[in-house]
Ligand binder design. Structure first.
Ligand code: PLP
Length: 482
């Protein structure tokens, strides 16, 4: 009988403890020796699957066996984003305090849907959102909510904008109503999450108009004005502008004050996509990026892109958060929410999601462990490294800088090839480097030309790692050029 009882519960506590100690060492070793690993796997699609048992497990397997398979198959099958020479996308922001916090979050496994389901999860979310709001210098009336990603944040911001433009859409939907065709504007450098948001809220991707950008990849205000005027003439209703602070390719910053003026004139919603770039506001010398923020309606920032919180954590701030709450509040009876004094914040009311992870814990731990000073100093160092790389590029006439360095992102191009082959050569250099396993870069297109792109921001990346990558680029260039 006792045996049967034990088999029905969790694994024995002494086994758990032992595995936990082993895992602690495993994670510490992984972090310490990560630079010795290949960054990207060599495997072809399906290779990981081919090594795993596809038959659903019928009987229990010992943890030792499962973990051995993680070591043998899974770990060699991931791209090691935390590797100090992984410089793709936006720098990996996992940190040791963040990893520790994620372990606690897993142990607690609370659902942060309502205050009652976990008061501390709710109140910590309110607390870290308050810290971040102060760090960003957003006016007091802004309040926030934490989601998983910027795409989801922007979708909720656009849904709120749509409800403002077409009241009662929550109740009635958009079809068979006498509504104008709404339009959303974003620069040609804006992230595709704007279209995804438009798709999700019934506006339609064709109604996202891409405004040309200027030579520094910032939204061209004259073009924006023209598009709005043309749309009005054709009976469209300009609904919202998404301005980007830190675009995906070059980290350029749209002219928010001028865009805000246009939005005011046309009574349009102004949302800022600061998914990556808004974090720079923590540096006093970079406060210029916050120009105009006190005039916007909503702003998204992903602390998992610059502020050292492990993936995922996205914060959406709305000037009048009541609009967002009224749009999505829907309380199923089984939750039995009774709050006569209205003191309980239920974050499930601020979006489509009911169940919510306790994301605030990792932000609270990381931000306390580093402090604003420590966070700013680390970002500043990555900005220094980005500028150093830009200097190396400028002093080598085989390369040209493809965009100004505004944030820790550097776009550059190898130009010493046959004119017709420059794009291909740049692609090939990136592919060879990524295949080498020693570095990982991105390629993107600027003005129709292929460029290489390096994103810094990993706490493990040092100047020496950047030098290693630059040397690898030069070596690869020599191979491609010969
Ligand atoms: N906005 C910008 C500027 C981005 O660069 C990205 C992704 O890189 C996103 C939004 C989408 O972010 P997420 O993956 O959090 O949805």
């Amino acid at each position: 009988m006792k045996d049967r009882q034990e088999n029905l519960g969790d694994i024995p506590p002494e086994v758990f403890r032992e595995e936990l100690h082993k895992l602690a060492d495993w994670i510490a070793d992984y972090r310490e020796k990560i630079a010795e690993r290949r960054i990207s796997p060599t495997a072809k699609p399906g290779a990981v699957l081919a090594q795993l048992d596809t038959v659903p497990p019928e009987t229990a397997a010992p943890l030792g066996e499962i973990f051995a398979e993680i070591d043998r198959v899974i770990v060699p099958g991931v791209a090691h984003w935390a590797h100090p020479q992984f410089m793709s996308y936006f720098g990996c922001t996992t940190t040791s305090p963040g990893i520790l916090a994620e372990m606690i979050t897993g142990a607690l496994n609370v659902n942060a849907m309502t205050w009652r389901t976990s008061p501390a999860a709710t109140e910590l979310e309110t607390l870290v959102l308050g810290w971040l709001r102060q760090w960003l210098g957003l006016p007091n009336e802004f309040a926030g909510v934490v989601y998983d990603t910027a795409s989801i944040s922007t979708m909720h911001a656009l849904a709120t904008a749509r409800e403002a433009a077409a009241p009662n859409t929550r109740k009635l939907g958009l079809s068979r109503r006498d509504l104008p065709l709404f339009r959303i504007y974003a620069s040609d450098q804006a992230h595709s999450s704007v279209e995804k948001g438009a798709i999700a809220i019934g506006i339609g991707e064709d109604n996202v108009r891409r405004v040309p950008s200027d030579s520094a990849f910032r939204m061209d205000i004259t073009a924006l004005r023209k598009m709005i005027a043309q749309d009005r003439q054709e009976n469209f209703r300009p609904m919202a502008v998404v301005a980007t602070v830190g675009t995906t390719s070059t980290a350029s910053v749209d002219p928010v004050p001028q865009i805000a003026k246009i939005c005011r004139e046309h009574k349009m919603w102004l949302h800022i996509d600061g998914a990556y770039g808004a974090g720079l506001a923590l540096l006093p010398e970079c406060k210029w990026i916050t120009d105009g923020w006190n005039e916007v309606d909503s702003i998204v920032i992903n602390p998992h892109k610059m502020l050292f919180v492990p993936f995922d954590f996205s914060a959406l701030y709305v000037r009048d958060i009541g609009r967002l709450r009224r749009l999505f509040t829907l309380v199923p009876e089984y939750l039995h929410l009774r709050d006569p004094v209205g003191a309980e914040i239920n974050y499930m009311d601020y979006g489509v999601q009911l169940g919510r992870r306790f994301r605030a814990l990792k932000a609270w731990v990381v931000w306390r462990a580093f402090g604003r000073n420590g966070i700013a100093a680390r970002i500043r160092e990555h900005l220094r490294l980005a500028n150093l790389l830009a200097d190396w590029i400028k002093s080598d006439n085989r390369f040209e800088l493809a965009a100004l360095v505004v944030m820790p992102v550097v776009c550059f191009r190898f130009v010493a090839a046959d004119k017709n082959k420059i794009d291909m050569s740049n692609s090939e250099i990136v592919e060879r480097i990524n295949a080498s396993g020693h570095a990982y870069l991105t390629q993107t297109k600027l003005n129709g030309r292929t460029v290489m792109r390096i994103g810094l921001g990993n706490v493990l990346t040092t100047e020496q790692h950047l030098r290693n990558v630059w040397e690898l680029i030069q070596k690869t260039v020599n191979e491609v050029a010969t």
